[in-house]
Design a protein around this ligand. Structure first.
Ligand code: 5GP
Ligand code: ZN
Length: 135
């Protein structure tokens, strides 16, 4: 499809950080990641939504197998990840070229580390402010 963003990424007309490609799919990093790991797995041929996948088409199983492989390569297969497809406007779909999201890295451990770092930064700022006021 001529003005589809994902078709353009697949055929190289638009840039993307690709992580995996085969004869059926192309996978690349989401431009606005919702998590530390956010990969989009996209069929090479243009299908607008999940509703348009014909009965018996094995593309959905293939998207799942690609997600498993990428999760393993990125080391999140054991810790865990989310794999989902948004369908139509009410389902949050924005780009009308079928794609699956692979999202990981928002586990409790990661959130705890981020919170600890944020607390340390705030603490240092407070100490500096306190010292400045008392010097
Ligand atoms: P949807 O909401 O349709 O399921 O997800 C579309 C996703 O595509 C969003 O997470 C959005 O950030 C991502 N996206 C939109 N435009 C681009 C782009 O040009 N490049 C990349 N890599 N991702 C995009
Ligand atoms: Zn397309």
């Amino acid at each position: 499809m001529t003005d589809c963003i994902f078709c353009k990424i697949i055929n190289g007309q638009l840039p993307a950080k690709k992580v995996y490609q085969d004869e059926l799919t192309c996978a690349f990093w989401d431009a606005r990641p919702a998590s530390p790991i956010h990969i989009l797995i996209v069929p090479r041929h243009h299908i607008p939504t999940l509703n348009d996948v014909p009965e018996g088409d094995n593309i959905l199983a293939h998207l799942g197998n690609v997600a498993k492989k990428i999760a393993r390569d990125l080391g999140v297969d054991k810790s865990g990840y989310r794999f989902f497809i948004n369908v139509n406007r009410g389902g949050g779909q924005v780009v009308y070229h079928l794609h699956a999201h692979l999202v990981a890295g928002n586990d409790v451990g990661m959130l705890f580390i981020k919170a600890a770092v944020a607390c340390a930064v705030i603490w240092r700022k407070l100490v500096k402010l306190f010292r400045r006021q008392h010097n």
